[in-house]
Design a protein around this ligand. Structure first.
Ligand code: R5P
Length: 327
């Protein structure tokens, strides 16, 4: 009999509860598998007028509770459901509540870059805190400084750890890691460091929410195999435009790695028409039906990384020492 594993499971399932919102039940199930605990019991339903009801079925009094919910499509519904979940757990006397937000939507509106616009990233941070979260666990927030939008602790993980390992195992030779815009330079530098590749940066100009133009590149790509990395592929404009530019400049095989595959609107069709060998995303967001049909898409799971972070938070152990989120 393996007492070690049994003891570990008993200890965790007794005091730790992990619940799933509707956005990503498959990911939450994998997280619970990693932790060797059953999924927290809850019913999510709707009143006839469309209002949501979350009813937690387990006793959570004095327990350490985690709710996994990505703020992905349907964005507003998933956000409100997360808030209701947090409120429900708070009123049920949970000892500590962590909002586990693998994909934090509304994050890109993080400053006023013109008059009379909101800062939704701050608004959502306020809502999550007010609803009852004591902590947040997130993956690749659109900008690292979003951690400061919360006045509660935020553990910030990176999908790059999972993606880098995948690309390292592929042993791509003559590799240049390309940042598709200046905002991704740090991320690309991390990939380049892990994969021992060169670094190049595309200068992008955003024409509108849907249209971007990759204008020029700093660094050599001719004859090189490329890994184009980003935190998020939303409309696909940034990636496709950068891919077309490097191909025009003589790049060989082109791979794309991004944590969050939002793949909204015509993104799947755009990606299908781009000369990309393989598009690799993680399961922070479930692939939509059209994206799932792409023949060259691969989804890696972040479940073990999230599960390990949850275990460490629960045991008051260091998370940063494991995932090294510096920079
Ligand atoms: C930009 O700041 C981000 O890192 C992404 O490159 C961008 O949000 C991706 O959006 P889209 O796919 O719509 O170009």
């Amino acid at each position: 009999m393996n007492w070690g594993v049994r003891n570990k499971g008993m200890f965790l399932s007794d005091s730790l509860k992990v619940f799933s919102g509707s956005s990503n039940p498959a990911l939450t199930a994998e997280v619970c598998k990693y932790l060797e605990i059953p999924l927290g019991g809850a019913q999510i339903s709707k009143f006839p007028d469309g209002e949501k009801l979350v009813r937690v079925e387990d006793n959570v009094r004095g327990r350490d509770c985690f709710v996994v919910q990505s703020i992905c499509e349907p964005v507003d519904e998933n956000l409100v459901e997360l808030l209701i979940y947090l409120d429900c757990l708070r009123r049920a006397s949970a000892r500590r509540i962590t909002a586990v937000v693998p994909y934090f939507g509304y994050a890109r509106q993080d400053r006023k870059d013109e008059g009379r616009v909101p800062i939704t990233a701050k608004l959502v941070a306020n809502l999550i805190t007010t609803a009852g979260a004591d902590r947040v666990l997130a993956i690749d927030l659109h900008a690292h400084q979003l951690q400061g939008f919360f006045d509660i602790p935020v553990d910030h993980l990176s999908g790059q750890l999972v993606l880098s390992k995948y690309f390292k195992d592929k042993k791509i030779h003559s590799l240049t890691v390309v940042a598709p815009d200046v905002g991704n330079i740090k991320l690309a530098a991390k990939y380049a460091g892990h994969l021992n590749g060169d670094l190049a940066i595309v200068h992008k100009r955003r024409v509108s929410g849907k249209e971007v133009v990759a204008e020029e590149i700093i660094g050599a790509v001719e004859g090189r195999n490329i890994l184009m990395c980003d935190d998020i592929i939303a409309t696909g404009g940034t990636i496709c435009s950068a891919v077309n530019l490097v191909r025009k400049l003589g790049a060989a095989e082109i791979y794309v790695g991004a944590t969050h595959g939002v793949l909204a609107g015509e993104a799947p069709e755009k990606l299908a028409q781009s000369p990309i060998e393989e598009i690799v995303v993680t399961d922070t967001i479930p692939l939509n039906d059209r994206a799932a049909k792409l023949s060259n898409i691969k989804v890696l799971t972040v479940s073990a990384m999230l599960g390990e972070a949850i275990k460490r938070i629960h045991r008051d152990e260091s998370v940063s020492s494991l995932f090294n989120q510096s920079g």
